[in-house]
Write a protein that binds this ligand. Structure first.
Ligand code: UDP
Ligand code: MG
Length: 151
């Protein structure tokens, strides 16, 4: 069982709409463990590093404008299969195609306002967690009920 740490962002639309708590609640109650959490303003420089793979695509400038427009909530979530569990809870990129019960399916209508980011794979997760959190902002704490969450 691979223990992973993944980066989640409640994007500016999620914070503006008062959905940060709802989104954190859904992810936290899976049993994934919060090891980092903060409200922050994403600079254009950080946005460029984070979304470098999309540079040059038609939606890129709008994406950087969006993610830097107002604060995001950044979370680092740890646990077995943290990356795929988070992606499943988010739903697919287009809210119109995201399943009911997913965050994007339940709260979104437009691909350009899809509420949440979650790392796509292990190498992205490592890179993105360290882009958004310094090592002293990541707390590796023991959960007293761990045995009721993982075998
Ligand atoms: N995006 C967009 N228009 C598109 C494709 C992507 O606005 O046609 C934005 C959207 O916010 C998406 C982000 O760019 O979440 C990153 O795109 P990606 O394909 O990596 O989707 P994700 O991994 O977030 O599901
Ligand atoms: Mg992606």
């Amino acid at each position: 069982m691979a223990i992973e740490t993944t980066l989640v962002l409640v994007k500016p639309d999620g914070v503006q709409r008062g959905l940060s708590g709802e989104i954190i609640r859904r992810l936290e109650q899976t049993g994934l463990k919060l090891v980092g959490l903060k409200l922050m303003q994403v600079s254009r420089e950080l946005a460029g590093k984070h979304y470098g793979e999309h540079e040059g695509k038609p939606f890129y400038n709008g994406l950087v404008d969006y993610i830097t427009a107002s604060p995001v909530v950044a979370l680092a979530l740890e646990g077995p299969n943290a990356i795929s569990i988070t992606r499943k809870m988010m739903g697919v990129t287009k809210p119109a195609e995201a399943a009911p019960g997913t965050i994007r399916g339940d709260f979104g209508v437009d691909i350009g306002r899809n509420l949440i980011h979650g790392s796509a794979n292990e190498s992205d997760a490592k890179r993105e967690v360290s882009l958004f959190f310094s090592s002293d902002e990541l707390l590796r704490w023991d959960r007293t009920n761990e045995g009721w969450i993982t075998e």
